[in-house]
Structures are given as C-alpha cells and as structure tokens.
Design a protein around this ligand. Structure first.
Ligand SMILES: *Cc1c(COP(=O)(O)O)cnc(C)c1O
Ligand code: SF4
Length: 335
C-alpha cells in the first residue's frame, strides 16, 4: 500500500523553514564569527518585535562582516533605543485608513487586505513593527464582512494582499481566498506584496504556483529586495517559476543607511533584478517609525543618489523614489 500523507498535518518544506528561523541575536552573531562585535538592545525591549531570520537568508550573509547589508537589516542594534523626534509609532496613518475589518483603503481603485500579522523575517526598519494586527486581521474572524465590503464597492478593481506577509499563510487558505475574489466581477488584478520569495525561496512551490496560475485575475507580485546579495541562485529559480506561472514581477526597496545608500549598490540591485526579470518599481524613503532612525537617509541625499543611478542605468531600471505621506491620493514621487 502507498502510504498517504495527510494534507492537514504534513508540513511543507517552507513551513519547516518558517518555523525554524534564527531567533537569538547572540546565536546569530556566533554563527557569523561576530561574537561581541555588535551590541543588541536589551531582551525586554526586543520582545515586541524579536529577531527573526530564515536559514536561507542567513546563508547569504558574509561571515565575519559586522557591516554585512543583510545582517544590518535584521540585527536589533542598540541604536534602536535612541528616541528621535519625528519618529513615531504609526508614521503612515494606517490606523486611520481602515475602512472595514482588515481593509486599508487610501487610494482610488485599490483595496489593501491585512491578511495576517506574521512575517518570515523581521526587518528592523519596518513601519509595521508597532502595528496591532490582532485588531485588524480579517481572516481570523471577519472574512465574510471583508468580502462583502469588496463586493459592494464597484470602484475597487485591484485587491492587494499585504500584512505582515501574506505568503506565510497556507496555500489552502490562499487558494480559497483567491477563489472567492475570482468570483467578484469588478476585480481585475490581484497584487501580492511579499518578501517570502527572497527570504524563503522554497515558498515558491507547486501548491503556490497552482492557485496563482489558475486565478482569472492578473497577478502582480511585488517582492521586497533591498540588496543584490539577497538574490542568490535559489531566489532566481523561484522568481523564474513565478514568471512562468504568469506573475508580473516588480520590486520595491527601502533606502536604508548602511545597507543600500550608495549609487554602486543601487545599480547592482537594479542590474540583478533585471537579470531575474523583475522590474524595479519603488525606492521608498524610510517611513519614520520609532526605533529605525539609524536607517534614515535624508531626502537631499536620496535625490542625489537617484540622479547618479539615472545617469548610469536605462530608464526602466531606475525605481521611482517615493515617500508615503498621510492624506495624499497616492505615494508622493520625489524623483
Ligand atoms: C502603498 C499602498 C497602495 C499601493 O500604492 P501603489 O502606488 O499603487 O503601489 C495601496 N494601498 C495602500 C493602503 C498603500 O499603502
Ligand atoms: S512587513 Fe515586510 S518589511 Fe515589515 S517585517 Fe514583514 S517582511 Fe519585513
């Protein structure tokens, strides 16, 4: 007899990796040969937004380099405890933009769904680090209300899966969601904002590709990569599979001091994205969230950097430099 695996209890490879992320800053430094080289914030401060690093992301960090651009994105440096004027808990006004349980609507035609609060990696610059997802997570209890809201608003033609990271949800859940969205006639596009193909490329498996390719909606995936070193061969293979399944691939990055704030680094990122058929979309100025001021690059320097990369790259590989400003009808394009 062929042994049968039970779909509800068998974990996929990516789910095992998701469950086994590196969680201890001391452990992470030791693995990189950097014990004692960086000071972390105290354990009680880190609790609300702990260290979280998947194995395949860790493997792309350079051993013995405390300035590694991937390490810098995830390590809870002591600098996070610096209180800086203008750096607040909800810098982009997300709490005010909730129009229905789990729906954020700021812009015409697009409804953003907070599908989950969970992420595979914790990025220290994240503006959502203080967001109380448990209060605004539709899938937990109020999905029907969310769906009814989408059905009744004929002005919405694009649904955006956001979070947290939507691809931390199981494919069974996602496929069921997409099936219900497929049945809403006025929807045209499904956009997925995710860092999973970058940080756990094994997430792009058969089950994921199946619901993506079978949806009637045009699927746009916005991956979040901030540095070319994040895009190894494993990531390239995952992205190629998504492209073959019919996904349009875009990248959004955040401009981060000490990570990607040089023209050379930004050019390399765009070139690498081009290699893997991903179009650079946005380069975001940092959202001014409390605890992230050490990543801030001034608007002046950001404009200068954009001019430098525009002088080197073809126009279509230059991302739009944007900032999110509360109350505006779109992201604000700076350069
Ligand atoms: C950023 C954002 C979008 C998408 O904006 P685009 O400019 O279309 O990428 C949609 N909804 C919300 C709430 C957003 O914050
Ligand atoms: S929402 Fe995105 S940027 Fe924020 S921690 Fe999760 S993966 Fe990182």
């Amino acid at each position: 007899m062929i042994p049968q695996s039970h779909p509800l209890v068998t974990k996929q490879a990516w789910q095992i990796e998701l469950a086994n992320t590196i969680k201890d800053p001391i452990d992470l430094l030791a693995k990189l040969g950097l014990s004692g080289e960086l000071d972390a914030i105290s354990p009680d401060l880190i609790m609300g937004f702990p260290l979280r690093v998947p194995q395949s992301y860790f493997e792309k960090m350079r051993y013995g380099d405390k300035n590694d651009p991937l390490l810098r994105q995830v390590f809870p440096l002591i600098d996070e405890s610096i209180e800086q004027q203008g750096f607040v808990h909800d810098p982009v006004g997300d709490h005010n933009a909730i129009t229905s349980p789990g729906i954020l609507q700021k812009y015409n035609g697009r409804a953003l769904l907070l599908t989950t609060g969970a992420c595979a990696i914790h990025c220290r610059y994240c503006f959502r680090r203080h967001f109380s997802y448990s209060d605004s997570n539709p899938l937990a209890s109020q999905w029907q209300t969310t769906l009814d809201a989408l059905k009744s608003d004929l002005s919405i033609n694009e649904v955006i899966f956001s979070g947290g990271d939507p691809l931390t949800l199981s494919d069974a859940k996602l496929a069921a969601l997409v099936e219900q969205l497929d049945a809403i006639p006025h929807l045209k596009r499904l956009r997925i904002h995710t860092r999973l193909p970058i940080v756990i490329p094994s997430r792009v498996d058969h089950a994921l590709l199946k619901w993506i390719s079978s949806s009637r909606l045009h699927v746009v995936m916005v991956i979040h990569s901030n540095h070319a070193n994040e895009i190894g061969d494993d990531v390239a293979i995952a992205l190629a599979k998504l492209e073959t399944a019919g996904c349009q691939l875009l990248n959004q990055a955040v401009l981060l001091k000490g990570v990607n704030d040089s023209a050379e680094t930004l050019v390399k990122l765009s070139e690498r994205l081009s290699d893997v058929k991903v179009m650079p979309y946005y380069l975001h100025l940092l959202d001014r969230v409390a605890g992230a001021s050490h990543f801030d690059v001034s608007e002046h320097d950001a404009i200068e950097l954009t001019a430098q990369i525009r002088a080197i790259l073809p126009g279509y590989l230059v991302p739009r430099l944007v900032r999110e400003q509360q109350g505006e009808v779109s992201k604000t394009v700076i350069a």
